[in-house]
Ligand binder design. Sequence first.
Ligand SMILES: [Mg+2]
Length: 185
Amino acid sequence: MSSKALFLDRDGVVNVEIGYLHRIEDVTFVPGIFSLCRTAMRLGYRLVIVTNQAGIARGFYDEAAFETLMAWMQARLREEGVELEAVYYCPFHPEHGIGEYRREHEDRKPGTGMLRRAINELGVSLADSVMVGDRCSDMAAANSAGLKQAFLVSGTEKSRCGGHYIEVNGLEEVERWLLKQDVSV
Ligand SMILES: [Mg+2]
C-alpha cells in the first residue's frame, strides 16, 4: 500500500535557520512545527526530513555530529508526540566540498534523490506528498519530483522562486491547508 509523506526541510522549517547548525544548544524549534507534524501524522502523512548539509561538505562538522544532533532532535520531537519516519541528508557540495564530499549528487536539492528514496524505502507516493521548505531549491525539488504541493516559508529567500508553490508566513498555514484537503477528499 502506498502512502503519502510530508517532506520537511530541516533548517528554517523544523529548526530556526542559524547557518550550519550542528550543536544541540543552538536548536530553536520553529513555532508551529510540533502541531503541524502531529496534524500531518493524524491525517496519514509520514514525516520525512530532507536536508542539504553543506556544512559536512565544507568540513564545519562531520556526519557523526549531524547524526548525534538528529538523534537528539528525534527524541525531542517524540516527547511532543511527533514520530519521524526518516531523516535523509545530503553531505555533498559540488564546489565547496572537501575531498570526497566535493561532488555533484542527485540527493542535493534541487535534485530529487532524497524524495525518490522515500518511494522505495517507505512506500511513499510522491504525487500524494507535500513539501515544506524555505528555499527555492526545496520548491524546485518538489516540483521536479511531482509532489502534490510545495510550501515556501517566507523570510529566507529574498526574491520569488520559479515553479509552483504556496508561500506562507507560518507553519500554521500549512497545517490549515492539510486539514482542508482532508475534508475535501
Ligand atoms: Mg532550509
